[in-house]
Ligand binder design. Structure first.
Ligand SMILES: C[S@@+](CC[C@H](N)C(=O)[O-])C[C@H]1O[C@@H](n2cnc3c(N)ncnc32)[C@H](O)[C@@H]1O
Length: 395
């Protein structure tokens, strides 16, 4: 069936490809052509726009990609478009607005382009995508490599069926499967490339077993405080190693159940033990992504959350499962003061990491190499001075 909107959309598709090329995110003709020929509106016929209501609450307002120029322009923006909300937390507020936690989205096109370029695909490569979502990225891969080379898996059967229908509407029939992509796609390997658009806390064994030596794995590694995109190459011994990439971006966490969404698991906080001056402010942590990543190496069991006190002042709070915490204010009085509780002075680690990072000339994330050993142990190494951090599994 011909989509009457397709011709109207073509200039928007070409403009998006052009914008991503000018921004340096598309760097090869193959991907420029894929972005210029795959219609995003077919995969994202409706989405949720983020608003803040008069009570300061995040509201998701549904929007449809009708045939008007305004609607098409909205779909072909370089923006993440949220396409699904967790049914357990989503509450309908009016005819077209909900609150709730997003569970699927069409990824930011510039991030997608950056990741696809990092994948360094060649004609004839077989690729596994983990996190089919809308199917838009599956379609881009199919346009670049041919749909027979593309396998894609999503935990949510409804998303897989919808993506399958939309892909076939534009003539693609890649191998789609429902399941936990952390197991890879056992029936589909061996693959030359794996790209994941949901985050994992460690590189799954299945991905190693289902790829050829020399394969590239590109995924978001979630490390508690923060995480980042890694581009790893596998070797004959089943080791995978490679750097965090210059392209930055974070993805929603891989879940193991299609209908259960991760909930924050905050330990009861220990009583306040003290407060003291500190050279590291919450703004330092919030501003410098590579420093947050470094903190995640230092404190693999810690999480970073926002904390609002009784009078509304906002702080950044580090916390661990044992109830230890340390927080520094982002607003209000007290910048340069840390308050803490529990058995550990977590902030000492923050200060040690800050000193190391500044002495090392503030390395960006691509100066750190992630290594996954054949037995599953993982570590990170600073490529300049060789300092290493063992990454205990996150909880
Ligand atoms: C950011 S979206 C993917 C975007 C997608 N690549 C696109 O272009 O629309 C993340 C997806 O990961 C899926 N997901 C979450 N956990 C998963 C798992 N364990 N295995 C496979 N997919 C998973 C979610 O259902 C969601 O559709």
């Amino acid at each position: 069936m011909t989509d009457p909107t397709l011709e109207t959309a073509r200039p928007y598709m070409a403009a998006l490809a052009d914008e991503l090329t000018k921004a340096g995110m598309i760097r090869s003709p193959g991907w420029a052509e894929a972005f210029a020929t795959v219609p995003r509106h077919v995969f994202v016929p409706e989405w949720y726009e983020q608003e803040t209501n008069d009570k300061g609450i995040t509201v998701w307002r549904r929007r449809k990609a009708d045939t008007t120029d305004d609607d098409l322009a909205a779909v072909y923006r370089n923006t993440t478009l949220v396409t699904a909300l967790d049914p357990d937390t989503a509450k309908q507020l009016d005819e077209s607005a909900w609150t709730g936690v997003p569970t699927s989205s069409s990824t930011l096109p510039s991030l997608m382009a950056g990741m696809l370029e990092e994948l360094s695909v060649q004609d004839g490569h077989r690729v596994l995508e983990v996190g089919t979502g809308t199917g838009y990225n599956t379609a881009l891969l199919s346009a670049r490599l041919g749909d027979r080379a593309v396998h894609s898996v999503d935990i949510d059967p409804d998303l897989v069926h919808t993506a399958e229908r939309r892909l076939s509407k534009i003539g693609y029939t890649p191998q789609l499967a429902t399941g936990d992509g952390q197991n890879g796609h056992p029936d589909g390997g061996p693959f030359d490339r794996i790209i994941a658009t949901c985050s994992v806390t460690a590189i799954p064994q299945g991905w190693i077993e289902q790829t050829k030596p020399g394969a590239i794995l590109h995924t978001d590694i979630a490390l508690g405080i923060d995480g980042g995109l890694v581009r790893l190459t596998t070797d004959e011994e089943h080791r995978a190693r490679g750097r965090f990439t210059r392209t930055t971006g974070r993805f929603m966490a891989a879940r193991t159940d299609a209908r259960a969404y991760p909930r924050p698991n905050n330990a009861p906080a220990a009583p306040e033990a003290g407060r003291r001056p500190t050279p590291v402010t919450a703004t330092d942590i919030r501003t410098h992504y590579p420093f947050r990543l470094l903190l995640a190496f230092h404190l693999p069991q810690a999480k970073l959350v926002y904390h609002r006190d009784d009078v509304g002042a906002l702080s950044l709070q580090l916390q661990q499962r044992d109830g230890s915490w340390a927080r520094a204010p982002l607003t209000g009085e007290g910048a340069g003061i840390v308050t803490y509780g529990g058995a550990l002075d977590l902030w000492q680690q923050v200060e040690a990491a800050w000193t190391w990072w500044n002495n090392a000339d503030r390395p960006t994330q691509d100066h750190f190499e992630y290594v996954r050993e054949p037995d599953g142990r993982a570590s990170v190494c600073h490529t300049t001075d060789g300092r290493r951090w063992d990454l205990a599994p996150t909880s």
